[in-house]
Design a protein around this ligand. Structure first.
Ligand SMILES: [Mg+2]
Length: 340
């Protein structure tokens, strides 16, 4: 099997400030595989060092280790055996995701079908997505919320734990109107006491849920028991046992952190077995990662809005037509494979 690997740097339109730091650009590691039959598949690794602690170097090393396996065995070994060999070469989820995506893309192209329809029979035709508001000031947050409402979004997510949370929440609610679902993401910035106090103060604004108010399974359990708002795991979902700990009302899953589409579907089953909801989000993935998440969300019939409307954050990278956001949703790409 032929395998090529290349790095790609995408610059953000405006720096994104969150509780874990500031992001100005991100590096993706893209892979392309081509089998002896000529069918190709493409995937990407999207490590985000300040968020997941995985450096680009570490990721490239993992991608190359897996590439060596595919170059040697990709045309003679198939399916789960091949993925097992990849996993034994490198267990970094971000690197595994790149090849999981490429193998699904290739399988879809060979079958002439969108990946989602290889994953499930009854898939969604469109995946609801939220707008993300990163503005640190009330006026900026309000105008972003008004733009989101005008563009047809039904849900906005506001980064909190970054200062003036109450002022910005009020500004967003006022600008977006009463019907807009308002999701907060603290990226684990608060202690349990801060989270309880802050959420109590903000709850009257009408909150859909609060993502990662605190880090840690025990801390999440305590916050959930004490606040009148739904809470969701994001970063804490990576902790061992977190997915089945029943400490949150919902869990945010990510293609990159899960290790690809197949692993994300397995994680979603675990979460749903506990009665919690799942939704998906990107870690400012490129188009391939977003497409993979849309296929996975469509196959899972996720109805909570997903954090996948992030491609327009990149300055020089036009959003591919197949992934355009319309009326607060991304339609399932209809082409074969990932549809890009
Ligand atoms: Mg988050």
């Amino acid at each position: 099997m032929l395998v090529s690997v290349r790095r790609r740097e995408l610059v953000l339109d405006a720096p994104l400030r969150t509780a874990w730091g500031e992001l100005r650009s991100r590096t993706l590691v893209e892979v392309e595989i081509e089998g002896a039959d000529g069918a190709i598949g493409r995937g990407e690794a999207a490590p985000l060092p300040p968020y997941d602690g995985v450096s680009v170097e570490e990721c490239v090393e993992g991608v190359e280790a897996i590439a060596a396996i595919l170059r040697r065995d990709g045309d003679r070994v198939a399916g789960s055996e091949l993925l097992e060999a990849c996993r034994s070469a490198c267990d970094l989820p971000q690197a595994l995701a790149a090849f999981d995506l490429a193998l699904w893309d290739r399988a879809g192209r060979r079958a002439g079908q969108p990946v989602a329809t290889l994953l499930a029979d009854d898939v969604l035709g469109r995946v609801a997505v939220n707008a993300t508001i990163g503005a640190l000031d009330r006026a900026g947050a309000a105008s972003a919320a008004a733009r989101a409402a005008q563009a047809g979004f039904d849900c906005v997510k506001l980064k909190v734990g970054t200062g003036d949370d109450a002022g910005r929440v009020a500004a967003v609610r006022a600008a977006a109107g009463p019907a807009m679902a308002l999701r907060l993401d603290a990226n684990g910035a608060w202690t349990v006491e801060q989270a309880v106090r802050t959420i109590e103060v903000l709850a009257p604004a009408g909150l859909e849920l609060v993502e990662e108010p605190v880090h840690g399974v025990a801390e999440m359990r305590e916050v959930r028991e004490r606040v009148p708002v739904r809470v969701a795991l994001d970063e804490t979902a990576a902790e061992p046992g977190a997915l089945t700990a029943s400490v949150a009302d919902a869990v945010c899953l990510k293609i990159s952190r899960s290790g690809g589409i197949a692993a994300l579907l397995a994680q979603a089953s675990l979460v749903r077995a506990t009665g919690a909801d799942v939704y998906l989000a990107s870690t400012y993935d490129g188009p391939l990662g977003i497409a993979a998440a849309v296929h996975a969300a469509a196959a899972l019939r996720v109805d909570l809005p997903c954090g996948l409307a992030t491609l327009d954050a990149f300055a020089d990278e036009p959003v591919p037509a197949a992934l355009a956001v319309r009326d607060g949703a991304i339609a399932l790409p209809g082409g074969p494979g990932l549809g890009l």
